[in-house]
Design a protein around this ligand. Structure first.
Ligand SMILES: [Zn+2]
Length: 305
């Protein structure tokens, strides 16, 4: 190498800069990271075949928590395999909302624990999310093919939003839809999967089949995880192709709710605007899905009889 090639010319950096400006294309805009909200219930988790496994005081609850945690991790791993920069928020949505073994969750997720939250199963969901995934869901109250089918609590016999009967999955999907967020995947027992496929047209995974309302025909959790991994892949492809629409029920939201107890209905009359349809049924017109969701949660969870 000669001295000449090393010689520094004072104009060289400016020339380089000018050429860079002349020929550079504008840098492609960085896509914001994919944001996925995951709500996790317990009855529909693969490998859970009795109600005892979903109850804090029940036999094999510890195994239930393990199964729930592993199933969420399987879903999350599939999301990150496709979108390494994704942001994932996991909301524990069963019982006291303190079920997942959070120290064993994939460290890339953020986790909401605890049930004293006005938006319950959809707490933390906002319009910034690209999609919602419901894991471990069950069918709505009264579904004869469902495993531990219920809506909110055992005291609710039916819930209708703008005259469409929904369970927890539909109620949560309506809230998500009001924010413009589609449910891209739902998993649970075969009745829950059929319910949410029919209602939302979303991807579903059946994790088990009810043998009776209180017993289930199970497949091994490893097979459930494989099904979920495939389904997440399908869902993210479909999301990328614009293949989802939020489930929108419009405004206002007319709530009709049927309870097992006439006393429950009588107590709810203390809420201004609440009307009694019949001895077991109340109705209320909420301005929007947010107001409806908060009120419904109050009605079944915090007003008890
Ligand atoms: Zn539950």
């Amino acid at each position: 190498m000669t001295d000449r090639t090393r010689r520094y010319h004072p104009w060289t950096p400016l020339l380089g800069l000018a050429l860079a400006f002349a020929f550079a294309r504008p840098a492609p805009a960085q896509d914001p990271p994919l944001k996925i909200f995951i709500s996790v219930d317990m009855e529909g988790i693969g490998g859970i075949g009795t109600g005892a496994m979903t109850s804090g005081s029940g036999k094999d609850y510890a195994t239930g928590r393990r199964l729930m945690t592993d199933e969420v991790n399987a879903v999350v791993a599939a999301v990150f395999a496709r979108e390494p920069d994704a942001e994932v928020l996991v909301n524990d949505s069963h019982g006291d909302h303190q079920n997942l073994l959070h120290t064993e969750l994939d460290p890339r997720v953020v986790y909401i624990q605890g049930s004293i939250k006005p938006l319950g199963m959809v707490q933390g969901l906002d319009a910034s999310f690209d999609g919602a995934i419901f894991v471990g869901y069950h069918a709505k109250a009264g579904d004869p093919d469902g495993f531990i089918a219920h809506t909110g609590t055992g005291s609710v016999k039916g819930l209708w939003l703008n005259d469409v009967e929904v369970g927890e999955g539909g109620m949560n999907a309506a809230f998500a839809g009001s924010l413009g967020v589609p449910v891209i995947l739902a998993s649970g027992d075969s009745a829950a999967a059929a319910e949410l496929s029919g209602l939302l047209g979303t991807e579903t995974v059946a994790t088990k089949t009810a043998e009776t309302p209180a017993s289930a025909r199970l497949i091994h959790p490893s097979r459930v995880h494989a099904l979920l991994t495939d389904a997440v892949g399908r869902a993210l492809t479909r999301l990328g192709d614009g293949g989802y629409a939020p489930w929108e029920i419009g405004e206002p939201v007319r709530i009709r709710m049927r309870f097992s107890s006439t006393t429950h209905v009588d107590i709810l009359q203390s809420i201004p605007g609440m009307t009694k349809v019949d001895g077991f049924t109340v109705a209320y017109t909420a301005r929007n899905a947010d107001e409806a969701y908060r009120l419904i949660r109050l009605m079944y969870r915090f007003v008890r009889q």
